[in-house]
Design a protein around this ligand. Structure first.
Ligand SMILES: NC(=O)c1ccc[n+]([C@@H]2O[C@H](COP(=O)([O-])OP(=O)(O)OC[C@H]3O[C@@H](n4cnc5c(N)ncnc54)[C@H](OP(=O)(O)O)[C@@H]3O)[C@@H](O)[C@H]2O)c1
Length: 197
């Protein structure tokens, strides 16, 4: 839910997923996505996005696929890694800071539009730390059987609130708000003493 007017975009985990819950096939295969969905199909999502925070593996796979299909223009790209390359790509910013600082940095660059978080590992960490506002999933009509799951094991339970479901051609788009845990209730006030007569 971008709210560019008020200067605060949402942090959105955004991915295409096979019906059996994979976001990449075996060997990081991504060809199954382009068969059903390209950047040209989601201009409104691209327009609402001001920056992207991606994991290093997502960056490497995207680099191998460069030049194929419609480029996705999600604004400034930030790549989270423990070891930035010796010869960094000037088109992206490599971040080695902590997760919260990485999200804050990329979010600031989004200029009031949404920050998209891509990559199962990085997205799961953001979810675990309560940094995600929304999950947007394009469910594609394919079973992959194996590959990179929506999230790695151990993410734990996170409550979601569905707010939009649409279908266009073969693609079903599901959108959920992430329920943030309630802040702990204030300590109960001690019972009032009735003054003795
Ligand atoms: N279906 C879709 O829409 C979609 C979208 C995006 C990606 N994908 C696919 O998802 C796969 C990649 O996902 P993934 O979960 O394997 O990996 P990922 O999240 O893209 O990247 C993981 C890497 O990011 C770095 N990293 C993670 N957390 C970090 C932290 N806290 N601090 C510093 N660096 C950190 C590490 O790289 P270093 O080892 O360099 O430190 C780690 O190995 C690819 O196949 C990609 O194509 C699919």
């Amino acid at each position: 839910m971008s709210d560019a007017g008020s200067g605060t975009g949402a942090v959105v985990v955004n991915r295409a997923m096979s019906l059996d819950g994979f976001i990449a096939g075996p060997g990081h295969a991504m060809d199954w996505i382009a068969e059903h969905l390209t950047a040209a199909d989601v201009p409104e999502v691209m327009a609402a996005t001001g920056a992207m925070l991606i994991g290093r593996r997502t960056y490497e796979v995207a680099r191998r696929m460069a030049g194929r299909g419609t480029p996705y223009d999600g604004g400034a790209q930030f790549v989270l890694t423990h070891r930035p390359p010796d010869d960094p790509d000037p088109a992206v910013t490599f971040l080695t800071c902590g997760l919260e600082e990485a999200v804050a940095t990329a979010r600031a660059a989004a200029g009031g539009r949404n920050l998209e978080v891509l990559g199962a590992d990085v997205a799961a960490q953001c979810l675990r730390h309560g940094l995600v506002d929304e999950i947007l999933v394009y469910v594609l009509p394919v079973l992959l059987g194996d590959g990179v799951r929506f999230s790695p094991p151990g993410l734990g339970r996170i409550e979601l609130e569905p707010f939009a479901t649409t279908r266009s051609g073969a693609v079903t788009t599901l959108r959920f708000r992430v329920r943030k845990p309630e802040p702990p209730a204030a300590a109960a006030a001690p019972p009032r003493q009735t003054p003795s007569p």
